[in-house]
Design a binder for this molecule. Structure first.
Ligand SMILES: N[C@H](CCC[C@H](N)C(=O)O)C(=O)O
Length: 285
């Protein structure tokens, strides 16, 4: 079977985008997603994005996301920016503002005049149980309006995590020097820690000033990526709640820059950043 795809990236978080309205993808399995995303034997990508017909009236598209390891994901921020650029470039819509059905609701995506995209990511959930995270018996402390949860690492060190759901789960910690942070080892350990029964995306942020952070994220099901949009939202929400940040916040990630705005409890998070097409291709699977 031949598949038409487009390779895209948002600040270096890279994607294979497949139009499921123009080709039948219904028989594809997690093995296929893994093979396509493989960086040596496949096209290579952090995530695979499907453009589908919505099942909710009045919504423009449905957006389904798979991680590199074949697992289904609830949300992907950098992918959302690429999604709107894709449907616009491929003339699947002429709207500059589109509504997209995702696993946890409906997202509004706006293509700006300078070709960047702004995404209304919805309001974060700050209740640990929604991630889900098992925090019974776990030491807690308050910082600002945030609750930090203690986690013990296998080497005996202790970390204090902010827990934020952007539809998908994030555990965020503040570090002094993000370039020196043990993102690979500690990220992998926390991703699969028993505190997180459905695993977690692990964020390490360095506060440069109240409106600028540096961030690295070890993503669930993909490892460290050059950028993580939902991770940037989660880090900024955590930083504002802790009293360390003031909206809007510039987020420097390894692959570029994102801008995150959040007006506080109950409000939606807005993310702005680039969306880039690399090439179109066809692959046989
Ligand atoms: N790269 C994505 C997040 C993918 C999240 C995924 N790794 C998960 O399992 O939740 C982003 O830009 O938001």
């Amino acid at each position: 079977m031949n598949l038409n795809f487009t390779k895209m990236h948002g600040a270096g978080n890279d994607f294979i985008v497949l139009n499921a309205m123009a080709q039948d993808l219904s028989g594809l399995t997690a093995d296929n997603w893994r093979a396509l995303a493989d960086r040596h034997f496949g096209i290579g990508a952090d995530q695979i994005l499907l453009v589908e017909r919505p099942t909710i009236d009045g919504v423009d598209f449905k957006y389904t996301i798979y991680n590199q390891d074949g697992s289904l994901v609830e949300n992907c921020g950098n992918g959302a920016r690429c999604f709107v650029k894709y449907v616009s470039d491929k003339a699947l819509t002429d709207k500059r503002e589109i509504t997209v059905q995702i696993a946890t609701g409906v997202m509004v995506l706006t293509l700006n005049d300078d070709d960047t995209v702004t995404v209304n990511m919805g309001a974060p959930s700050l209740d640990a149980s929604t991630l889900p995270a098992v925090v019974d018996g776990c030491a807690q402390r308050e910082q600002g309006s945030d609750t930090l949860y203690e986690v013990k690492l296998s080497d005996g060190h202790v970390r204090w995590l902010s827990l934020v759901s952007m539809g998908n789960p994030h555990a965020v910690q503040i570090v002094n020097d993000v370039d020196a942070a043990p993102v690979q080892t500690e990220g992998a350990e926390l991703e699969t820690h028993s505190m997180f029964p459905r695993k977690v995306n692990v964020g390490f942020m360095q506060v440069l000033n109240q409106q600028h952070i540096k961030l690295r994220v070890f993503e669930r099901g993909a490892g460290e990526t050059l950028a993580c949009g939902t991770g940037a939202c989660a880090a900024v929400v955590a930083g504002i709640r802790r009293g360390e940040l003031v909206s809007p916040v510039r987020v420097s990630v390894r692959g570029g820059e994102l801008n995150i705005a959040w007006a506080g409890a109950g409000q939606a998070v807005y993310m702005t950043g680039p969306a880039v097409t690399v090439f179109d291709g066809q692959v046989s699977i």
